[in-house]
Each structure stands twice: as C-alpha cells, then as structure tokens.
Design a protein around this ligand. Structure first.
Ligand SMILES: [Zn+2]
Ligand SMILES: [Zn+2]
Length: 104
C-alpha cells in the first residue's frame, strides 16, 4: 500500500500577481462620500457607520507606495503594473509614460 503524496497547494500563475499586489498595499482605509471624510480601521466612526449610518456610501481606499518616487498615495492616484509588480503614482506615470510602466 502506498501513501499518496502530500497535497500541494498549486496556485495558478494568473492569481499570483494579485498576491503581489496585496503585498504592495500599505494600508486600507475607508472613505465616506456622505461625510466627505476618511475613516481609518479601528476608528469609532466606522462602528457608528455600520450601526447607525448604513445608508452612507463607504468606499475602501488603499494606501500604496509608488515604486518609482516612493510617495504614498491612494489607489485612485496610482496604477498597478503586474509586469514590474509595482504601483506607480499618476505623477510618475505622466512623466515616464504608460508604455514604460508596462514594459517588462
Ligand atoms: Zn458617513
Ligand atoms: Zn511616483
């Protein structure tokens, strides 16, 4: 009787870059469009929103570090390139062009 080899978790390549992308995210915060303010995890405002203000429009915001200039920006001001596995801020994208950004 032979034992079957231990199960290995085989991850499809396509999903790998998503993991890498998650690692590039420094912090996740929330932004309430109704209050027009940023809510940080652990903030009592978040609980208040969950319990009392569920109609408020909350948005998840990722804080990322630009791989080129090192500035921290929100994900709406940055783009991720799976090719170089980095977020770049819009300033850097504008300076170097999207073609360089996606170059391997
Ligand atoms: Zn709100
Ligand atoms: Zn930058």
């Amino acid at each position: 009787m032979s034992l079957s080899p231990p199960m290995r978790s085989i991850q499809p390549m396509a999903e790998n870059w998503l993991d890498e992308r998650d690692k590039a995210i420094l912090e996740t915060i929330y932004y309430c469009e109704n209050c027009n303010m940023v809510l940080e995890p652990g903030d009592s405002d978040i609980d208040q929103h969950k319990k009392e203000l569920p109609h408020h429009k909350m948005r998840k915001v990722f804080i990322v570090r630009c791989g080129r200039c090192g500035n921290t920006v929100t994900d709406s001001h940055a783009q991720y390139s799976p090719e170089i596995n980095q977020f770049w801020c819009k300033t850097c994208l504008a300076e170097t062009g999207v073609q360089n950004f996606h170059a391997t």
